[in-house]
Design a protein around this ligand. Structure first.
Ligand SMILES: Cc1cc2nc3c(=O)[nH]c(=O)nc-3n(C[C@H](O)[C@H](O)[C@H](O)COP(=O)(O)O)c2cc1C
Length: 443
C-alpha cells in the first residue's frame, strides 16, 4: 500500500471496497479471473454477463467467490436482453445474493425496484444528466456517468468532464466517472472534480486476466485515441441505433459492405456458436475467426495503454499515481492567469462574494433541474458547478440536503451583478447565457 493512500469515498463505503477504482462490467471480457484480480487488489469488479446463460452466470459468480471473500457485482443490460431471459437472470442474481448489480442503457424501473427490494445494491450507468435523474428516481443507489470517450456501447454524446458536472449537480447518490480513463492522473482529475470513483473498461481489457483475445489486446497497445471511432455498424444482438466506440477497421471504412443489408455472414466461431459480421461480439479467448472484422472496442484512453500487465499491477499503479497527482493538485500554487481580474493579494477576498452568489445559484438551479429534468436547467446547473470549481471553490452537493431551495431569479440576478469581475471570457459568456433566461424566473 502506498504511503499516502487514496481517500475512502461515498462509493467505496457503499460497495465495500478499499479503492475508488471500478472494473467496468464488460460483456465477454470481464469474467471471473479479471473480477477476482481487481477485487483482491482493492478495487471493485463487475462481471460482464449481458445476455449470458444462467449456468455461466452461476459458474462465474462461484469462481469469483472461490477466489475472494470480498464483495463484487454483476452487470446485465435489460434493453439488450429478451424479456424472459432478463427475468430469469434477475431471479438468479437475487437467489445468488450478489452484492450489487450494475445496469446500463434504458432505465428499467421495474428491474431496479425488484433488485433493490431484494436487498441488492443497484448501480446504474448513464449517458446524460436526464438519465441520471431517471435512474435515481427509480432507486439506483449509485450512478456511473459515462462520457462519450468510452469504449464499447456509448449511451450519451457529452464529454465526460461536462457530463460529470451536470450529474454531480443533481445526484443524491455517489457518482463514478467513466469513459476514456486509463491512468492515475485521469483518476485523480475525476476525484478532484467531485466524482466518488472511476470506472475503467479498456484499460482493464489490456490486462493478462481479461477474457479478450490476445489479438484485441495487442491492437489496444498499438492504438492511439484517433484510431477510435463511434459507429452504429456493429448492431446485431442490440437495440437499433446504439453507437459503439471501436478501433477503425475494414468494417468502419465500409469495405465489408452494408451493415444494414440484412444478410448474416459468419466470420467466426465460439464453441459452435457462429459469430456474425456486424454483430456486437468482440474477439474473446474462446473464439476463432476474422478478428479484424469484429467489434474491436476501445475507449479514447487507449493512448495511455502501452503494455499488457497483470490487473493487480494496474490497480497498484493507478492507486500510486492517483495519490501522487492528488497531492500535486492539492499543493498546486494559484494559477498565474486567474479567472478573476483582481490583484493576487486581494483575489481571495474579492472572489468570496462571487463564489457565495454562485453557491446560492447552484442550489437553486439544482432544485429546478431535479424538479423539472429539462435539459436547459440540467446544463445550467452543470455550468454553475464548473464555474465554482474554476474559481477554486468547493461546489455544494445535493446529497443529504433537505433544505428549502433559494429563489432562482434572485440568485441569477446576484450572479449577473458580479459577472464583470470574471476575466475568463469563455466562462463569463457561458455563465451569461445560462443566467439570462433565469433572471425573470424562466427556464
Ligand atoms: C470490451 C467492452 C465491453 C463492454 N461491455 C459492456 C457491457 O456488457 N455492459 C456495460 O454496461 N458496459 C459495457 N461496456 C462499457 C463500459 O461499461 C464502460 O462504459 C467503458 O468501458 C468505459 O470506457 P473506457 O473503456 O474508455 O474505460 C463495455 C466496454 C468495453 C470496452
Amino acid at each position: 500500500m502506498p504511503q499516502h493512500p487514496l481517500p475512502a469515498t461515498a462509493l467505496t463505503d457503499l460497495l465495500g471496497c478499499r479503492l475508488p477504482i471500478v472494473l467496468a462490467g464488460m460483456g465477454g471480457v470481464a469474467r471471473s479471473e479479471l473480477v477476482a484480480a481487481v477485487t483482491r487488489a482493492g478495487g471493485y469488479g463487475f462481471l460482464g454477463m449481458v445476455r449470458e446463460p444462467l449456468a455461466l452466470i452461476e459458474r462465474e459468480v462461484a469462481a469469483v467467490r472461490a477466489a475472494t471473500d470480498l464483495p463484487f457485482g454483476v452487470n446485465i443490460i435489460p434493453a439488450a436482453t429478451p424479456a424472459k431471459q432478463l427475468a430469469a437472470q434477475v431471479d438468479l442474481l437475487i437467489a445468488l445474493r450478489v452484492a450489487s448489480v450494475e445496469l446500463f442503457w434504458e432505465v428499467d424501473a421495474r428491474v431496479v425496484a425488484r433488485l433493490r427490494d431484494a436487498g441488492v445494491t443497484v448501480v446504474h450507468q448513464v449517458g446524460s444528466a436526464r438519465e441520471a435523474l431517471a435512474a435515481q428516481q427509480a432507486g439506483a443507489q449509485a450512478l456511473i456517468a459515462q462520457g462519450v470517450e468510452a469504449g464499447g456501447h456509448v449511451r450519451g454524446r457529452q464529454r465526460l468532464q461536462e457530463l460529470l458536472d451536470e450529474v454531480l449537480a443533481v445526484a443524491r447518490v455517489p457518482v463514478a466517472a467513466c469513459g476514456g480513463l486509463a491512468d492515475g492522473r485521469d483518476l485523480a482529475r475525476a476525484l478532484m472534480q467531485g466524482a466518488h470513483g472511476a470506472v475503467l473498461g479498456t484499460a482493464f481489457m489490456a490486462t493478462e486476466e481479461s477474457f479478450a483475445h490476445d489479438a484485441h489486446k495487442r491492437r489496444l497497445v498499438a492504438a492511439r485515441a484517433s484510431d477510435t471511432v463511434l459507429t452504429e455498424d456493429f448492431h446485431i444482438n442490440w437495440p437499433p441505433l446504439a453507437a459503439v466506440r471501436v478501433l477503425r477497421s475494414s468494417v468502419t471504412s465500409g469495405e465489408r459492405g452494408d451493415p444494414f443489408g440484412g444478410q448474416r455472414t459468419p466470420i467466426g466461431d465460439e464453441e459452435g456458436r457462429p459469430i456474425y459480421l456486424f454483430s456486437t461480439d468482440s474477439p474473446l479467448r474462446s473464439m476463432t475467426g476474422d478478428f479484424e472484422a469484429m467489434a474491436l472496442y476501445a475507449g479514447r484512453g487507449v493512448d495511455r495503454i502501452d503494455a499488457i500487465v497483470p490487473a493487480a499491477a494496474l490497480v497498484a499503479q493507478l492507486e500510486q499515481d492517483a495519490a501522487r497527482h492528488l497531492r500535486l493538485l492539492a499543493d498546486a500554487a494559484p494559477p498565474l492567469a486567474s479567472p478573476v481580474c483582481y490583484a493576487p493579494e486581494a483575489q481571495a477576498a474579492q472572489r468570496a462574494p462571487l463564489l457565495a452568489a454562485l453557491d446560492t445559484l447552484l442550489r437553486a438551479a439544482s432544485h429546478r433541474a431535479t424538479a423539472e429534468g429539462c435539459d436547459a436547467a440540467l446544463h445550467g446547473a452543470g455550468v454553475v458547478r464548473r464555474a465554482i470549481r474554476t474559481l477554486d471553490g468547493k461546489p455544494w452537493t445535493p446529497a443529504g440536503d433537505g433544505g428549502a431551495a433559494p429563489a432562482l431569479d434572485a440568485a441569477a440576478r446576484a450572479v449577473q451583478a458580479l459577472l464583470d469581475g470574471v476575466e475568463d471570457a469563455a466562462l463569463r459568456k457561458e455563465l451569461e447565457q445560462v443566467v439570462g433566461p433565469w433572471l425573470e424566473g424562466g427556464h
